[in-house]
Design a protein around this ligand. Sequence first.
Ligand SMILES: Nc1ncnc2c1ncn2[C@@H]1O[C@H](COP(=O)(O)OP(=O)(O)OP(=O)(O)O)[C@@H](O)[C@H]1O
Length: 543
Amino acid sequence: MLDKQIAFSRLDTAFARFLSQRSVLIDDQQRAFEGLAKLVSYHQSQGHNCIRINNEHKVLALASGLATLANQPNTPSPLVVEQDRLYLHRYWHYENRLAIKIQAMTHTRQPPQQLDDALDRYFTPSEEVDWQREAAKIAITQSFSIITGGPGTGKTTTVVKILALLQELADRPLHIALAAPTGKAAMRLQESIGANKTALPCSDAIRQLIPETVTTLHRLLGAKPPSPYFRHDADNPLAHDLIVVDEASMVDLALMSKLLDALKVGARLILLGDQDQLASVESGAVLTDLTAALPLHTLELKKSHRFGGIIKEFSVAVNQQQPEIAWQCLHTEDEIVSLLSSDLISYIAEQQLAYLSLVKNGANFTDIYRVFNRFQVLCSNHQGKKGVTDINYRVEQKLFAQKHIQLSGQWYAGRPVMITQNNAALHLYNGDIGLCLPDKDQNNKLMVFFQDASGQIKKQLPSRLPVCETVFAMTIHKSQGSEFEDVLLVLPESINPVLTKELLYTGITRAKKTIKLAASKAVFVATVTQKIERVTGLIDKFL
Ligand SMILES: Nc1ncnc2c1ncn2[C@@H]1O[C@H](COP(=O)(O)OP(=O)(O)OP(=O)(O)O)[C@@H](O)[C@H]1O
């Protein structure tokens, strides 16, 4: 049953050997069991919650003495068999807890009196169905709700109205937390909430009950690194009456399960996100699974208020896996969505000139940061030709050859960097972007400048920074939760397993104004055709 093509890690091999040596099996059966354990370990590391097994494997796993049936829990075993699925015990536990906790929240609440009148004040009555109003109705009458939709469909606008409505309708002020999986996503939601609050048709008293700060989920739950556990859990629940989580597609099974565990009895949860985006980096496809499993708790907003036109058409064609239509979108006259026709590295270097000239002229950081963030190169892959490392290296060399940067060492004025490791002491987190600039207050010594959610600027000595990398280009994965005016999407020269329609859709939906694509038709078509399939048992647990 072992697939020779699979690149098992040393961890997969060591884990499987460890288990098989503890099994009661011998000889061929022991070897077969070791193969099975290796497969579970590998697929879990690839984002699946479990693997599908046939009867023979089920018998083998149970005969090993190291797997138990999910519905016959006795002593905890390293593996769990549930129907035709084999899990590592921990992931079965996460799936099971998550389903149990959500099911406990699926009873409908008594609709408050005058709900319709209240809704009418926030949502202008119209002839057609107003889906944002419907979403608000679901979120108010259910303890657990999901509002999904692509960029600009009004998820944030709607949720701010929901928060005001819930505060108006509550007997006492609700304790609300707003959270997102990454610092970047938290920052964006915070900006958006602030802007939306002022436009609410409510009293100042109600407005003040809507929080303005957005935290990361890890901070909300009280991370205790390196421990995988949080300060808040079932024994020490969060005090909040309502928690809103934005960019929920990025939340993996383990984190979502821990979040649900940490909710107090009677609390509400609203998940916001785009179910068509990439699944979480770690295992599971939680948002997609939950939207499929709980249609009565889910509302999908379809109409984009930010952009229609060709970007929308392009994203829809990619999402619906129509490669020929998507390819045609790249060939319209207005060039809002187009193929890159010039040399890739020269084009990227040219796009940095406005930014680098501000750096050279000693402009203030806010202006430099804004101009840098206008354009971003998003690659599908990190390694290999046309991956992030390759492009960053070649762009630096080009800018150096053109004398736009002075490349005497690793650090130079104008080097943009992305932090790739959290450092709580410095308040710098994976994904934060900083710019290396001469510090006028310190005799032009090179410092790395960052801007936080509140717009505050902080600086650090390059030598003190946690691990980071140059970021003229970043992966599409890292760009989740961010938006840029102009995006250049770069795919490699040959197809690889990372290339999926979800990845491309996520990259496309980062763009606010224009999209350029650097890819051959063959690779583009193959990418649109490939889809993320994650093996999970979550939907089955709601049947
Ligand atoms: N019903 C509406 N009528 C008109 N404009 C709207 C409506 N709903 C939202 N908008 C506007 O559309 C824009 C996008 O809305 P919003 O930021 O709420 O969308 P979103 O789904 O949260 O987007 P993203 O996922 O990109 O954060 C905003 O400028 C907002 O004011």
